[in-house]
Design a protein around this ligand. Structure first.
Ligand code: NDP
Length: 600
């Protein structure tokens, strides 16, 4: 059934059966351990392709008020909001050679953000910038990151090409000792961690992957020296090359049509097809988005957040495929406003889901000429099982004579890499270049990965404490035993598909904490009771998504098919309600986590 008409109960039963079979074709016993990092055999990753050599500088041994770890949008917004509170001494430490985070590292051809730029780009009201496209190219976003950093004077005292290697609380001076890979050992009264969730590239652990003698790289370190061209295309270096691309997630969907334009031949190694919905990118003017009114960006962003968080809204200002499919995002996000009778909801949800997936499969059928290729490109799982993708050039790329789709589902992915190429089933594909669009280790950057050890009071290591007691925070930001440490991210916090909005609210909160502590000369540290209360609040209404993800095709949302843990990982009533809760808490209760320094 591939039409977009409403499914019957027989259709639903057939779909459930098909989804089960498709899941079984792909699930692997090794789960997430099938992947490896990119820094071992793939030396290319270690280098920063955009900054030639880290500039020489002396190691720092001074003191700052605030150290912010990470110079992506999280760190930039934290720095900016803290400066807005009048705290001047802010030092951002960033691994890359400039600001931008994800948008610094990812510059692959075709890179765009598929969240509308007028809601994705933060601080548009403050900077006066109006994006030129409904969905911005990566370079416009990277430049905006630089724009915000400049406006808030964040280049002053930033440390680029520098990785923080440890954070250690010093009881005597009541400051954090920040150590880096450049020999710095400076003190900071407050530390804000903004190390991102998708910053550690991963590669599949395919046997023989190190033996390949051709060229290879990960999409987040695109090698334009080899391919030629720019993110807009023109990769003349590929014109005679046989290029293999592994991965058809949101990145692969953007990259593949671009490489198809320029390469001699492209082999797309697909394990699970993405859902690829209409994107309809277009030029936009200030008039289109009402940017002549003060506060237009905040209004639009709030409207978007309401819709994609499950709240009602009088109008849909963005009106794209994210907002039109918003009701299906419930299972995608642990933090989503849920309401009404659950059993009635689940029945309606399944029907809406099937109708949407039928529509998406019909789109493939309408667009891809070769029926066998079209069949392989159809996604057979429920909408929220995988992160949706959006493109109007992806399916047409498969009508290009120079593109071959290789389905690897039956072999659970590529079986083997040899000196000369890739083996799937009985077929060996000879390649000159192999590009990995294989994504990132999710939620394992910075302090969650252990790569950045954090030692709090009495030398307690944050990750060890978490391993023993489970994550304990107040609102996701602060933890007992780790004074003046403010963590940005989604743990025990709220999330949204528009993550920069979430980061901005987090930055406002972090800045308010710092300002309040500065005003009173106090330490920021929640009590154990405050943490207990927060965890109990999260647990009370934690959504039961386990059954849903247990039936999903493998991916990073369900730990590669092993199931997503239930329990209190996020605020369960949606980002809008969470932000309101934080606002109220700042007005009424912030003082409760300020401890007088003399106490210690
Ligand atoms: P993903 O993790 O989403 O995709 C990785 C791809 O690699 C999947 O198709 C996966 O297949 C495939 N793969 C992994 N191992 C193998 C193997 N052994 N053989 C064959 N295929 C394999 O990474 P992306 O970089 O695409 O996206 C990561 C995230 O980045 C997105 O979810 C999104 O949050 C963000 N992003 C956002 C964009 C935006 O516009 N806002 C654009 C791009 C990315 P399988 O599915 O079977 O595991």
């Amino acid at each position: 059934m591939t039409t977009s008409q409403a499914p019957t109960s027989d259709d639903l039963a057939a779909l459930r059966q098909r989804y089960r079979l498709e899941r079984e074709r792909r699930v692997r016993p090794d789960g997430a351990s099938q992947y490896q990092g990119t820094d071992a055999e793939f030396g290319y990753y270690a280098a920063d392709p955009y900054t030639a050599g880290a500039p020489e500088r002396d190691a720092l041994h001074d003191t700052v008020d605030v150290a912010v770890i990470g110079g992506g949008f999280g760190g930039i917004l934290a720095g900016a909001r803290i400066r807005q509170q009048g705290v001047e001494s802010v030092r951002i430490v960033e691994k890359g050679g400039d600001f931008g985070g994800t948008w610094y590292w990812n510059r692959y051809p075709g890179i765009h953000c598929d969240i509308e730029s007028h809601v994705y780009l933060p601080m548009l009201d403050e900077t006066g910038y109006v994006p030129r496209w409904k969905y911005s190219p990566g370079e416009e976003i990277r430049r905006h990151a630089v724009r915000v950093a400049r406006q808030f004077n964040l280049y002053q005292d930033v440390l680029f090409s520098t990785t923080v290697t440890s954070l250690t609380w010093d009881e005597e001076s009541q400051t954090w000792l920040v150590a880096t890979d450049r020999g710095d050992a400076f003190q900071a009264t407050y530390v804000v961690t903004a190390t991102g969730t998708l910053s550690e590239p991963k590669l599949p652990g395919i046997p023989g992957i190190e033996d390949f003698k051709g060229h290879t790289f990960h999409t987040s370190r695109w090698d334009y020296a080899y391919t030629g061209g720019t993110p807009e295309g023109g990769m003349t270096g590929l014109s005679t090359k046989r290029v293999g691309i592994v991965g058809t997630g949101a990145t692969g969907v953007q990259v593949i049509p671009m490489v198809a334009e320029d390469a001699g031949h492209v082999y797309v190694f697909q394990r699970t097809p993405s859902t690829v919905d209409v994107r309809a990118n277009c030029r936009t003017t200030a008039l289109d988005v009402g940017a002549d009114r003060a506060g237009w960006a905040r209004e639009r962003r709030d409207n978007y957040l309401r819709i994609v968080s499950g709240e009602t809204a009088e109008e849909d200002l963005v009106a794209d495929r994210w907002t039109m499919s918003a009701s299906l995002l419930e299972k995608l996000l642990p933090s989503f406003r849920r309401r009404g009778d659950r059993s009635a909801f689940e029945a309606e949800y399944e029907i809406a889901d099937a109708a949407k997936m039928n529509e998406l499969r019909a789109r493939v059928e309408r667009t891809v000429i070769d029926p066998d290729t079209a069949e392989k490109l159809k996604p057979w799982y429920r909408y929220a099982c995988k992160r949706p993708a959006f493109s109007d050039t992806y399916y047409p790329a498969f009508n290009h004579g120079g593109v071959t789709l290789v389905d690897t589902a039956d072999t659970h992915g590529i079986e083997r890499v040899t000196e000369h190429g890739v083996v799937v089933g009985d077929t060996a594909y000879e390649l000159d270049c192999l590009i990995f669009a294989t994504g990132f280790s999710v939620g394992t950057s910075g302090i969650q990965s252990g790569r950045l050890p954090v030692h709090g009071r009495g030398g307690a290591q944050l990750l060890h404490v978490r391993a023993q007691q489970g994550p304990r925070t107040l609102h996701g930001f602060t933890s007992n035993g780790f004074p003046n440490l403010i963590q940005m991210g989604s743990l025990q916090n709220a999330s949204s598909v528009n993550f920069t909005h979430v980061l901005d609210e987090q930055a406002v909160h972090a800045a308010a904490l710092v300002a309040a502590a500065e005003a009173l000369g106090a330490l920021i540290e929640p009590s154990r009771e405050a943490e207990d209360d927060w965890i109990a609040d999260l647990a009370e209404d934690a959504p039961d998504h386990e059954w849903f993800h247990a039936e999903c095709t493998p991916g990073y949302y369900n730990r590669e098919g092993l199931g997503r843990p239930n329990g209190p990982t996020a605020y369960p009533h949606g980002a809008v309600a969470f932000h309101e809760l934080l606002r109220q808490w700042r007005e009424e209760s912030l003082g409760e986590i300020l401890q007088t320094r003399s106490k210690f």
